[in-house]
Design a protein around this ligand. Structure first.
Ligand SMILES: [Ca+2]
Ligand SMILES: [Ca+2]
Length: 191
């Protein structure tokens, strides 16, 4: 019996190792945004820029933010933006924090989540810039993030390795088996 168990384990572990890269789910990576400032449009002096190493060539597939911001003077909440990119800025997404909110001169909390896709370069750098679409105070801060965080969904770098044909076939087989058993269950439930 012990020998059989060992044999099963010897087969199961390599099979699992082959499947893992395909089964890997995006992992949430959370960052504190306390103290971040937006001074003007994207690229303006004074905008807070945060960089995170998420692993070489990693894919960032979504975001989820929950934070509190103070907007100064005549600056409006709808002007708040986050520019998320790789280190070259070429692969990027702009997140509008509060579209349509024309309120100004106040403090509010915002939460939102969504999907996007940015693939970082070999340096692994994911860049986040806080900016304000309309610069109300030249050479001065428009908005301050008081507290909160932003979470990015990052696909493990292992998923980026090129799969070998043998393991691909195995995945197809596993998916086919899962699909077939699902279909059987659905039919059983109906009758
Ligand atoms: Ca400004
Ligand atoms: Ca502004």
């Amino acid at each position: 019996m012990k020998k059989l168990n060992q044999t099963l384990r010897a087969i199961a572990i390599p099979a699992l190792a082959m499947l893992l890269p395909f089964m890997a789910q995006a992992v949430p990576v959370t960052f504190d945004v306390t103290g971040a400032e937006a001074w003007g449009d994207q690229g303006a002096n004074g905008n807070t820029v945060l960089t995170f190493n998420v692993g070489p060539n990693a894919k960032v597939t979504g975001f989820n933010f929950d934070f509190n911001v103070t907007v100064k003077g005549m600056s409006e909440f709808r002007e708040l933006n986050l520019f998320v990119s790789d280190s070259s800025l070429l692969d990027n997404e702009t997140l509008v924090v509060a579209p349509g909110d024309t309120g100004n001169n106040g403090t509010k909390s915002f939460a939102n989540s969504g999907l996007f896709e940015i693939t970082v370069g070999s340096d692994g750098i994911l860049r986040l810039e806080f900016f304000d679409r309309f610069d109300d105070f030249s050479n001065a801060v428009d908005d301050v993030w008081n507290f909160g965080s932003i979470t990015f969904d990052v696909e493990p770098t292992a998923a980026n390795t090129v799969p070998e044909p043998a393991s691909l076939a195995l995945v197809a087989l596993a998916l086919g088996a899962a699909g077939a058993s699902g279909a059987t269950r659905r039919r059983t439930l109906k009758s």
